[in-house]
Design a protein around this ligand. Structure first.
Ligand code: M6R
Length: 620
């Protein structure tokens, strides 16, 4: 939520800030703003709405300088307006701040400052930071920031600039991430590395409760007392081109099509098809020991990552024989969870910075659990707090609706389950070989599944007029039904529910009539006959079905009528007794992602930046 960028160096700061904001816009797009030091003072330009509005302002009222900060906002306190847009300024206009997070005690601080005569101009919590730091300023922004940070409660990453110190930016954080990018002759701040990949691959992740000071040629990090804090430089290998649309109309569409590659890269080098073993040595001996000891798995995640956990529950129980459960991270710590000895918490987070997931991890750890993170972002906060991290290699995911990160997470969990199954003796070498051979075929089958894109686009012509959808699945397809419903909701704003098909007769069947499309996931496997009966029940009540079936399944066609739609995806066969359909989610999710995309497009929605949402949810 909210994106921050800062630059100090020899070039004109404004285009660098705007470019950084464009790459961070997925974090929030309620308003945007920049401030640069020009001459002896600070110039601010801000605009409500998307970044293009700020660009228009900059065209009519340009500003340039060699140092500046920028911000793209996801509103928490105060409506999205120009006055509430960051950067926020102190009364003198010589100090500005950009902020990601929430200052919980802002009212208390505001009352104090108002009593001292400070006049506030905005409804935001952030403005208080500008005035507080200014009230302590005696010629050193670094010292004033350190003093003010000691009084802030809540979560924040902050970057500050003062006209009296035109050669440096100062930052501090507690919670939301902030990185320093190290360039040849310049230094940068940003909320994440994607904003800076065009300039550098060299990054330093700023530790919490420290003060970071960048100048064109240097970075210094100190603790709250001003004592130098050691830091480590990391090289991020993501290719900047991966963060571009590459000819696709939207990032989401590109990312849907990238899934075979994302899954292939996540599996790559981790499977031994000869021995049936999974190799996770990259995680280090300590992490491997923690995994091997697991007697129970507790997945913790939010949104789409939570759905990956639900799929993972099937993998863990069926392949590794290890009991597993999945909790919403946002609920976990509010129900006094019992974390038994031997519980391995697996926190799943694409961004690695979701506040609820981090809070749940901490809660689990305080109750004695070991924690493993599955994330797409190397160096992200979850990796710093976990005992080990299993990285997915989806590459940067920009579309707010998660697609390739999901299937890459499912691939990583599949590897973890086979690893555990082999270590615990639940899987023979032959079974391991079989499962891994099947996983190795998945990217190709996903490629094949993508060929339904034309048909799905065609279907969307009439489906986009529906006001509600029901998604049904059984067993391992149930989480996919949930995921299909979530995708549709978040980008088309059409109400949708995912349901376990067997539960339909216990309530939702009352909803069925000819206006409610029912999306049924019917690949071959354990639940096949049962879900087909559920589809008959829908048909008997005049419902219209969108069926996702395996290629060549003529039997389903006989059940369905000419008003129904059929999407074929390849079967993902596994020749291990009882689990033949276990990997089918990799392909059945694809038509649902495409359906959400095309329906949203026809409904005229902003697919990559749906209303009210942000890619990284760094507030609880
Ligand atoms: O970065 P995370 O995986 O922790 O994010 C979790 C959710 O916020 C995320 O999956 C969200 O539900 C997506 N918008 C779904 O498409």
């Amino acid at each position: 939520m909210c994106g921050i960028v800062g630059y100090v160096g020899p070039r004109d700061a404004t285009p660098i800030l705007v470019d950084g904001l464009r790459r961070l816009e997925y974090r929030g797009y309620d308003s945007a703003g920049v401030a640069v030091i020009a001459g002896n003072g600070i110039e601010r330009r801000r605009a409500p709405g998307k970044l293009r509005n700020l660009e228009a302002v900059l065209e009519t009222s340009p500003v340039s300088g060699h140092i500046g900060v920028g911000h793209t906002r996801w509103a928490t306190h105060g409506r999205p307006s120009e006055e509430n847009a960051h950067p926020h300024s102190d009364v003198s206009g010589r100090l500005v701040v950009v902020h990601n997070g929430i200052i919980e005690n802002y009212l208390e601080l505001k009352e104090r400052l108002v009593a001292q005569g400070v006049v506030f101009e905005t409804e935001t919590d952030t403005e208080v930071v500008a005035h507080l730091v200014a009230s302590y300023y005696e010629g050193s922004l670094e010292q004033a920031t350190a003093r003010a940070a000691g009084e802030l409660r809540g979560i924040y990453s902050l970057v500050l600039m003062h006209a009296g110190e035109p050669d440096r930016l100062v930052a501090t954080r507690l919670g939301p991430p902030l990185v320093v990018g190290i360039g040849e002759d310049a230094h940068f701040f940003a909320s994440d590395v994607q904003a800076l990949l065009a300039h550098t691959r060299r990054f330093v992740f700023i530790p919490e409760r420290t003060i970071a000071v960048i100048q064109a040629g240097s970075l210094r990090i100190v603790d709250a007392q001003g004592k130098p804090e050691p830091f480590r430089e990391e090289t991020i290998l993501w290719d900047p081109v991966q963060a571009e649309k590459g000819g696709y109309r939207h990032f989401m569409l590109k990312e849907i099509h990238e899934q075979p590659r994302a899954v292939r890269d996540t599996l790559l080098g981790r499977m031994s098809l000869d021995t049936g073993d999974v190799h996770l040595e990259e995680m280090g001996p300590q992490a491997l020991a923690v995994i091997e000891k697991a007697e129970r798995i507790q997945f913790l995640a939010c949104g789409t990552s939570w759905h990956a956990g639900l799929v993972g529950q099937f993998f863990m129980e069926q392949l590794a024989g290890v009991p597993a459960s999945t909790d919403y991270a946002s609920e976990f710590r509010y129900r006094d969870p019992v974390v038994s000895k031997g519980t391995l918490v697996v926190a799943i987070s694409q961004s690695g910075e979701t506040a609820d997931t981090l809070a749940a991890m901490r809660e689990a750890r305080s109750r004695g659990a070991s924690v493993l993170a599955i994330t797409n972002v190397a160096g992200s906060q979850v990796t710093r707090e976990a005992d080990g991290a299993l990285l997915t290699h989806a590459g940067p995911e920009i579309g707010v609706a998660s697609t390739k990160a999901f299937t890459a997470q499912v691939a990583a969990i599949a590897l973890l389950a086979v690893f555990l199954g082999r270590r615990k003796g639940a899987l023979s070498a032959a079974a391991g070989r079989n499962l891994l051979a099947s996983l190795a075929r998945v990217p190709q089958l996903m490629d094949h599944a993508l060929s339904c894109a034309g048909l799905v686009e065609e279907m969307s012509r009439s489906l986009f007029k529906a006001t509600d959808f029901l998604f049904l699945g059984r067993g391992v397809q149930y989480p996919i039904a949930l995921e299909g419903a979530l995708k549709l909701k978040e980008i088309s704003y059409i109400h949708a529910e995912g349901y376990p098909a067997g539960e339909m007769k216990h309530g939702p069947i009352a909803l069925i009539d000819e206006s409610l499309p029912v999306v049924a996931l019917i690949p071959r496997g354990r639940g096949y006959d049962k879900i087909l009966s559920n589809v008959q029940e829908v048909k008997a009540r005049g419902g219209r079905v969108v069926a996702v079936i395996n290629v060549g399944d003529d039997h389903v066609r006989k059940v369905l009528g000419k008003d129904d739609w059929i999407i074929e995806v390849p079967g993902v066969e596994v020749d291990v007794l009882g689990v033949s359909e276990i990997f089918s989610p990799f392909v059945t999710v694809i038509p649902l992602q495409l359906l959400a995309y095309h329906v949203a497009l026809r409904a005229g929605r902003d697919v990559d930046q749906p209303r009210n949402l942000a890619k990284s949810v760094t507030v609880e």
